[in-house]
Design a binder for this molecule. Structure first.
Ligand code: E4P
Length: 217
């Protein structure tokens, strides 16, 4: 399972990259806004800066909602770096744009996916990644993990090459459950990745080992 970090914060990306476990980055318009970056040129430069930190794929989202606008924006984004994956929303023109990008060898991440039907359309259009938002499904008292298992099964049934990129991760347990379900990728906040490190028995065990090591002196 690949690990992406779900942030536009350069310090967080560097911290995850330093662990040696990072396979890519996802961003969205809200995450870019959170960094206080304004103006298209500055935002494009920020994507280039992210690409200079990581080896893997970097998702950058279009904000147009019509086919022509999405194609124009997506082509500009793809020009920035070969690491850029164009993130396109799951709407009618989005599916058309994903089909267009597929034919023109531009990789895509279909975002805002909340149902198996939407994920089937994204895969048929040739999306590189599909992003089901498990946390937001859990937020409305449905089961986000169930959707991940369903998509893994459907894509396996038909050998779709589209990768299941579990998004809207809220905690370390989501990551473990995604691994059990066979998700290809998880994109997580830094806090959820770091949360995987924690176990009280590790802390207790290490304290005991260090205390015993002092007896050597
Ligand atoms: C990433 O691709 C998604 O945009 C992101 O995971 C959404 O997360 P959120 O539901 O916590 O905003």
């Amino acid at each position: 399972m690949k690990f992406f970090i779900d942030t536009a914060n350069l310090a967080e990306i560097r911290e995850a990259e330093a662990l040696g476990i990072l396979d890519g980055v996802t961003t969205n318009p809200s995450l870019i806004a959170k960094e206080g970056i304004k103006g298209l040129n500055n935002i494009f430069q920020h994507y280039v800066d992210i690409c200079s930190i990581v080896e893997g794929d970097v998702s950058a989202e279009v904000v147009a909602t019509d086919f022509d606008g999405m194609v124009r924006e997506g082509e500009q984004l793809a020009e920035l770096s070969e690491k850029i994956v164009v993130k396109v929303p799951m709407i009618k023109d989005g599916v058309k744009a994903i089909s267009y990008f597929t034919k023109h060898n531009i990789r895509t991440n279909c975002t805002l996916v909340f149902s198996a039907g939407q994920a089937i359309l994204a895969a048929k259009a040739g999306a590189t990644y599909v992003s089901p938002f498990i946390g937001r499904i859990d937020d409305i008292s449905w089961d986000g993990m169930e959707l991940i298992s369903q998509l893994v099964e459907i894509y396996t049934n038909y050998d779709f090459e589209t990768q299941v990129l579990a998004a809207s991760i809220r905690n370390p347990l989501h990551i473990v459950k995604c691994a059990e379900a066979g998700a290809d990728v998880v994109t997580c906040p830094l806090s959820s990745i770091m949360g995987l490190l924690n176990h009280p028995l590790t802390d207790v065990g290490l304290a005991k080992f260090l205390a015993d090591a002092k007896k050597w002196l």
